[in-house]
Every structure is written in structure tokens, then in C-alpha cells.
Design a protein around this ligand. Structure first.
Ligand code: ZN
Length: 459
């Protein structure tokens, strides 16, 4: 249904457009953006920003958010790898129907927090005994159905996951993830691409779980076959053990190996990239690729801090993701990223660039630009005529926001706001979250509670 809204303010790359009227067509694409002193259509007492882009998600892990913090009192080691064991146990139990319920709850919460798009890094492909479903992309379809219920845009990225570690067979607990050959992976990918046509706002990317999970010759073959029409995602250099294993197997660090063996370009999205040496930081930034930083999860798992300052100084691109979903607030992701850097640099200029010293604006812009690319659908500008109208709208009457001057608005959002300051979320010109009312929320919550009861994991 075509619609017209007038916002108190709309954020553009050149600053705020006051009393901005946005008209959209029946498909939710922007027809026009004008400045009107007399409001046209519905007046929205809010500030519209481009919708947040969640560039990294494993939806099923939402079922265990907050459950990995009961540690032994003896000081026994609890690290990424022990967490991964708990995560594998959950992955072994989920049915397609349960996957859909968990993902719908998660995506509804993303909508509540202002995300308009998610890149779902999907590797839970097969039935519980490891055999492919008769309908090959069954689990992927459940994820796209979940996104459709919540109203959020999804880029489903089916992952190629072939082996248990560098040169090692998969372990029993990984059986639901495995494509034994590159041909098996392409079958899964092609069937997912065909399925995606049946869902609203669904798109498909291509990915390799990690260098440790796929044979090197297949990594190279897949990367060389990419034609740039879909984003390519990969986990890389999250853990020191992964670096050591890669050095032992390849004689090179993971990012260096990738740069030396694959045509890394602006289509590549390297998730985490936590542990890079100075040469890798420079070469990666210069390749035009993006890193996907997941600050709340990386902090929760004790991964480490990304070399943000040096990467930024080389012109590196980056986006944010919520990964295990231990945090779901995009503003908090930006703050954790910034504060980690401030704590080690003793400076407060993490997001400052040569063009602008407005930290909040720069953070929103950089994360959005690479986030759109991670979805495989970059727009030229925040709001572009002919493109879908996706926005998060901040409440203009929240006390801190109402009293902030224009130049302080973005920083008030990024450094002083939370979900209570969000008036709503718009995808394709339609509210999917408005004044606390979310699309299909009651059914989504009821399904989630029932499924959590069935699983018993949160008991
Ligand atoms: Zn991940």
C-alpha cells in the first residue's frame, strides 16, 4: 500500500533534512523525498535513520543466550571451545519447526531494536542424524519464514562446512553442518536460491564457515567462481588457536592465506578478524573487503580486540553483527566497539575520520554502508529514490533527544540511547514495529515459549 510520511527529521549523508516527507509506492520503494514545512501524509514525531544492518547472525544460538555463565567455582577453564561444545549440543536437538520459532523470536527482537536486515550465517543444514532433508534447504526455509513473520529483511548465507579442522574429518557433533564435497554445497546453495523466491524480502549469499572447515582447494575453487552478484561471508581469525592451527597447516596466518590465494575484494565479508598482524591489517583494508565486528559476542567469548585504529587509518570498511545474540542492541554494539578501543588507546577518537569528527554519525554511516554490502544489496545513499524505504525512527520527544541540538543528535542516539528511545522500525515503507507493537508478536512469543519448554534448555 502506497504511503506518505513526514518525519521531524531524516538523516542524510549531508546532515539532517527537517520536516522530510517520504512517499513510497505499493512495493515500499521510495518515490520522493522532499522538505515540507506543511506536513504531508502522516506526521511522525521522530528522527528517521537508515535501518540498522545486522551483518552476522546464528539464529539458533539465541536459544542459549545467557545460559553459558554458570561457571565452576574451581577456576576450571571455560573459554570459546567449551562454549562451542554447549552450542553444538543445542544444534543437535533442534527440529525445523523449533528453529523457525527461535529465529522468529530473535528476528522480532531485532525489529524491536531497529534492525531492518539480517545476514544469517547458516550451517545447521541437515536432519538430526546428519542426513540431508528430502527438501534440501528445509532449515534455510524456516529461517526465511521466520524473517517474513517478523517483517525483517534477510540475506540467508548457507555455509559450506566440510571438515572438523585443518586436515581433519568432521566430529560427530558437527554432522548436521556437513557438505562433503563442493558439489554437495552447490546443490544446497542452488536449492536455497530457488526457495528464496518464495519468501518476502529474502536474498541469498555464499559462504565458507572458516578456513579450518573447508579443504584449501575447495576454498580456492569456490572463491574463484564468485561473480560478485552475491556477498561472500567467512569466519576468520577469531581465536588464537585457529591462527596456530593455520600456521601449522598452511605456514601462513588465516587472513594472509586468504589474501594470497583468493581474489579478496569489496564483496568479501570477514567475520571477526580479531587477531591480525600489522601486514594483514593493511592488506585487508586495502583489498576493499569488510570486516564484520560482533563486539558483544566477541567480548562475551573472550575473543580479543580487533585492530580498529590501524584498520580505519588504512581506510578499512566494517559492519556490525550480533552473532550469538548475547546482545541485540545495535547502539550498544557500536559503544562496546568504541570503548574497547578507548580503553587500550587512552583516546576518545575511535570513529573520527579525515572528513568528520562526528563520532555517532560516522559510526552509523560506516556500519550501514558495509552492512548493506554484507546483505548483497548496497544502496547509493541512506535513502535512495527507487530503493526500499527501510528506517529506524528515534522518539523526538524523549527528554535527551528533545533537548539535543541537530549537531548532537547522532551522538545522543549512539552514546545516550537504548531501545526505549526507538519509536519504530520501517521495512519496505511499512511499520513492522511501531509504538511497542510488533508484527505477529503474540504468536511469535507463544511459539517461542512453547518451544523453549520442549527443549528444556533454559530450565
Ligand atoms: Zn559467527
Amino acid at each position: 500500500m502506497a504511503a506518505t510520511y513526514t518525519f521531524k527529521g531524516l538523516l542524510t549523508e549531508k546532515g539532517w533534512l527537517n520536516n522530510a516527507t517520504v512517499s513510497v509506492d505499493d512495493l515500499g520503494n521510495i518515490i520522493s523525498i522532499t522538505k515540507n514545512d506543511t506536513p504531508q501524509g502522516k506526521f511522525v514525531n521522530g528522527y528517521a535513520l537508515p535501518g540498522f544492518q545486522n551483518a552476522h547472525s546464528h539464529a539458533f544460538q539465541y536459544a542459549m543466550a545467557g545460559l553459558a555463565e554458570l561457571h565452576t567455582t574451581t577456576g576450571a577453564q571455560d573459554d570459546f571451545w567449551s562454549w562451542r561444545n554447549a552450542m553444538y549440543s543445542l544444534a543437535l536437538t533442534l527440529s525445523p519447526e523449533q528453529m523457525e520459532a527461535v529465529a522468529a523470536m530473535l528476528y522480532s527482537e531485532m525489529a524491536r531494536h531497529g534492525y531492518t536486515a539480517v545476514a544469517e550465517f547458516h550451517y545447521l543444514h541437515h536432519d538430526k542424524d546428519g542426513t540431508p532433508y528430502n527438501n534440501l534447504p528445509e532449515m534455510g526455509e524456516r529461517l526465511m519464514a521466520a524473517a517474513q513473520k517478523a517483517g525483517i529483511r534477510i540475506t540467508l548465507v548457507p555455509m559450506f562446512y566440510q571438515q572438523g579442522g585443518f586436515g581433519q574429518a568432521p566430529v560427530e557433533k558437527q554432522k548436521r553442518f556437513i557438505s562433503h564435497t563442493i558439489e554437495d554445497y552447490y546443490k544446497l546453495l542452488d536449492s536455497t536460491i530457488a526457495s528464496a523466491k518464495n519468501f518476502d524480502n529474502a536474498n541469498v549469499g555464499i559462504g565458507i564457515h572458516s578456513l579450518r572447515a573447508v579443504k584449501p582447494e575447495d576454498v580456492i575453487a569456490l572463491c574463484n567462481a564468485l561473480d560478485g552478484s552475491r556477498p561472500f561471508h567467512i569466519h576468520v581469525s577469531e581465536q588464537l588457536k585457529e591462527i596456530e592451527d593455520c600456521l601449522t597447516f598452511h605456514g601462513k596466518r588465516p587472513v594472509q592465506w586468504l589474501l594470497d590465494n583468493c581474489p579478496v575484494n569489496e564483496n568479501y565479508h570477514l567475520v571477526h578478524a580479531t587477531h591480525l598482524d600489522t601486514a594483514e591489517v593493511k592488506s585487508l583494508a586495502e583489498s576493499g573487503a569488510s570486516v564484520v565486528l560482533c563486539p558483544s559476542t566477541e567480548g562475551n567469548l573472550g575473543d580479543g580486540l580487533f585492530s580498529f585504529e590501524a584498520y580505519k587509518n588504512h581506510g578499512g570498511h566494517w559492519s556490525i553483527g550480533t552473532d550469538s545474540h548475547v546482545g541485540l542492541n545495535p547502539l550498544e554494539e557500536l559503544r562496546i566497539l568504541d570503548y574497547g578501543q578507548r580503553l587500550i588507546s587512552h583516546k576518545r577518537t575511535t570513529f573520527v575520520t579525515e572528513e568528520s569528527g562526528d563520532s555517532g554519525f560516522n559510526a552509523l554511516k560506516m556500519a550501514w554502508q558495509s552492512g548493506r554490502r554484507a546483505m548483497g544489496a548496497p544502496y547509493a545513499t541512506f535513502f535512495t529514490v527507487g530503493q526500499p524505504f527501510d528506517a529506524v525512527v528515534m522518539k523526538a520527544d524523549s527528554p535527551l533527544i528533545a533537548t539535543a541540538s541537530e549537531k548532537n543528535l547522532c551522538n545522543t542516539f549512539v552514546y545516550g540511547a537504548d531501545v526505549s528511545n526507538i519509536l519504530g522500525t520501517i521495512v519496505s515503507g511499512r511499520w513492522i514495529n511501531h509504538n511497542g507493537s510488533l508484527q505477529n508478536r503474540e504468536a511469535i512469543v507463544a511459539d517461542f515459549i512453547r518451544v523453549m519448554g520442549e527443549l528444556g534448555t533454559r530450565a
